[in-house]
Design a protein around this ligand. Structure first.
Ligand SMILES: Cc1ncc(COP(=O)(O)O)c(C=O)c1O
Length: 357
């Protein structure tokens, strides 16, 4: 990243110095309810507190739950900016529609985020590796175990201070190709962000860890050969080197989540003079092109992971290493470009930064 000027810290006593990922919650949350008569109403910024729920809350039993994940970053001038909140709002609406939940209007979604960031800004230190991760979610609240959509819903917005998903390292992760489990099926829900997609992924992630890897790679569920995603992240492959490098990501076939980071990186790839491509890539191609030296770098991306190099793959037929096993130059260049943009240190021609304060 370009040299960062000194950043503002508003309240040292609130700052979390070594956040991991997911449990350094901030102090507040926003709640809002939906009823057939009133629609979305009663948005309320309040202290983060436990919920009181009927044990038969429908959303808990049948996973009528949609969620999002986006980040706010400290800017070089001390203000805060949220990255592409309207894109996340629209994906949240698509996810909600898929599980028969009423959409939260874009403006309400953005206003809730603004209110929470203003209330909890003091949690964020001047460490540019830290950010505030925002988690909007919505679930069916009917106290009923009838197998049908809920008639009432609650929206919650909470936040935590994020360090790095994989710690501060950019050294890379090893991945294990899951041959047994699928993340998504055609006609299913892989292209939306709903809770029901994630619990079933835990077992494959555990198997990856038991195989000595940090993450699981998902293949398509039909032919079991096309590479789709890695854990909760999109994947990119770099073919060739230098300015002529082709930066390839699996095409959105309906079973991949259209990541906001993926979309940002496709734009940045072009802006930096590399050649972006969206195409299907098989696991055999991945292995063979690595062995032939055609694929030189691989990385995963997402709001949580930003850009994380992948250095080794473990599959039933053997292992292979990507490039020289270290983070490659195109990966690092793209990562730097994205992180600079997050912090307001690079031009923002597409208006991705939503400034607050
Ligand atoms: C399955 C899956 N793929 C990819 C991503 C990356 O998406 P984004 O870049 O919008 O965070 C996520 C995270 O939301 C995810 O859960």
């Amino acid at each position: 990243m370009a040299s960062a000027p000194a950043l503002r810290v508003t309240d040292a006593s609130r700052v979390v110095h070594n956040p991991g990922h997911g449990d350094a919650f901030t102090d507040h949350m926003v709640t809002m309810d939906w009823t057939p008569a009133e629609g979305w109403h009663g948005a309320d910024l309040r202290r983060l507190e436990d919920l009181s729920l009927h044990p038969g809350t429908l959303g808990l039993h049948y996973a009528q739950v949609a969620f999002e994940g986006l980040k706010a970053h400290r800017q070089h001038d001390g203000t805060m900016a949220v990255f592409r909140p309207r894109d996340h709002a629209r994906r949240f609406q698509r996810s909600a529609r898929r599980v028969v939940i009423p959409e939260v209007p874009e403006d309400l979604f953005v206003r809730a985020i603004e209110d929470l960031i203003v209330a909890d800004e003091a949690h964020l230190s001047d460490d540019p590796a830290h950010s505030i991760y925002l988690r909007p979610m919505v679930f069916g609240t009917d106290p009923s175990l009838m197998l049908r959509p809920s008639n009432t819903f609650r929206f919650l917005l909470m936040a935590f201070v994020a360090g790095g998903f994989f710690g501060k390292q950019v050294s890379g992760v090893s991945v294990w190709v899951s041959r047994e489990h699928s993340r998504a099926i055609p006609g299913g829900t892989g292209d939306v962000k709903i809770a029901a997609n994630y619990a079933p992924s835990f077992l494959a992630q555990r198997a990856a860890e038991q195989a000595g890897c940090q993450q699981v790679v998902w293949l398509d569920a039909v032919e079991r050969r096309w590479v789709e995603e890695m854990g909760g992240m999109n994947l990119f492959f770099v073919r060739g080197r230098g300015k002529d490098a082709e930066v390839v990501t699996p095409a959105l076939t309906g079973t991949l989540l259209p990541g906001v980071t993926r979309d940002s990186l496709l734009t940045l790839t072009e802006r930096l003079g590399y050649r972006p491509r969206e195409e299907r890539i098989s696991v055999d191609q991945w292995r063979d092109e690595c062995r032939q030296g055609l694929i030189t770098e691989v990385f995963a991306c997402g709001t949580a992971a930003v850009v994380t190099p992948v250095y080794q793959v473990r599959d039933v037929d053997g292992d292979w290493t990507i490039g020289d096993g270290g983070p490659g130059p195109v990966t690092l260049r793209l990562r730097e470009a994205l992180v600079d943009l997050h912090h307001g240190l690079a031009p923002d021609p597409d208006g991705w930064l939503h400034r607050i304060g």
